[in-house]
Ligand binder design. Structure first.
Ligand code: GRF
Length: 221
């Protein structure tokens, strides 16, 4: 069974969505370890409440950012992780982790990439006045939010949206597409070719699902 390592810096609601999907039997995997760079991350409470081991690693205790991620990679490897999930982890992942887990590090970003990468994707979308916003699950490469895209959900933006209201609406879809991407990975169905993600055995469904457009559409399990 796949073991997942989670990296989180804060609230951890995406971490929770993945925990819930595992508990509900939708993902056949276990969470081996939560690594956090913040001692007060609420994600730690979620790990405790669910019996998931966690480790606080203070980046200031390392001589370089590479050394930090070498340590993170070592901790995850020694616990047998086969997938690393970034769930609100506020640091750019460095090469030692990416090399230890090639195309096995995922991230969720609260915008329709490649629009609005980096911090404050929702604020920028609200300020810009886009009509369609959304979220993206992607594999992580060395860039900032530039890796191959796995799933996106398009979420309508409204003229009276604030950063908060849009963030909230997008977050609901984050919680749907992140577990789905993890599930597809756990089932061995994701393949990266020429920077594109192909999904094996995906059955096209007519129903694109509710208010937002999710591509690929979520599958019944
Ligand atoms: C989410 O909006 C995610 O897209 C972004 O950081 C936020 C983390 O939220 N990468 P949470 O910690 O999962 O609640």
């Amino acid at each position: 069974m796949l073991k997942i390592g989670v990296l989180a810096s804060g609230r951890g609601s995406n971490f929770q969505a993945i925990i819930d999907a595992i508990k509900g039997g939708r993902i056949n995997a276990g969470i081996a370890l939560l690594v956090t760079d913040k001692p007060d991350a609420y994600a730690i409470e979620r790990a405790r409440a669910n019996g998931i081991p966690y480790l606080y690693l203070d980046p200031r205790g390392f001589t370089s950012r590479d050394a930090y991620f070498e340590k993170v990679a070592g901790e995850l490897s020694s616990r047998g992780a086969g997938l690393v999930v970034l769930a609100g982890f506020m640091r750019i992942v460095r090469r030692p982790l990416l090399e230890a887990f090639p195309w096995k590090v995922m991230n969720i970003h609260p915008a329709l990439l490649p629009s609005f990468p980096g911090l404050h994707g929702q604020r920028q979308a609200a300020q810009y006045g886009v009509k369609i916003s959304g979220c993206t699950v992607h594999f992580v490469d060395e860039g900032m939010d530039t890796g191959p895209i796995i799933i996106q959900a398009a979420v309508p933006a409204r003229h009276d949206d604030t950063e908060e209201s849009l963030s909230q609406r997008i977050l609901e879809y984050e919680h749907r597409i992140y577990p789905e991407a993890v599930r597809l990975f756990a089932e061995g169905r994701l393949e990266v070719r020429d920077k594109k993600v192909f999904i094996r055995g995906f059955k096209k469904k007519a129903d694109m699902g509710g208010e937002a457009l999710i591509s690929p559409p979520l599958e019944d399990v």
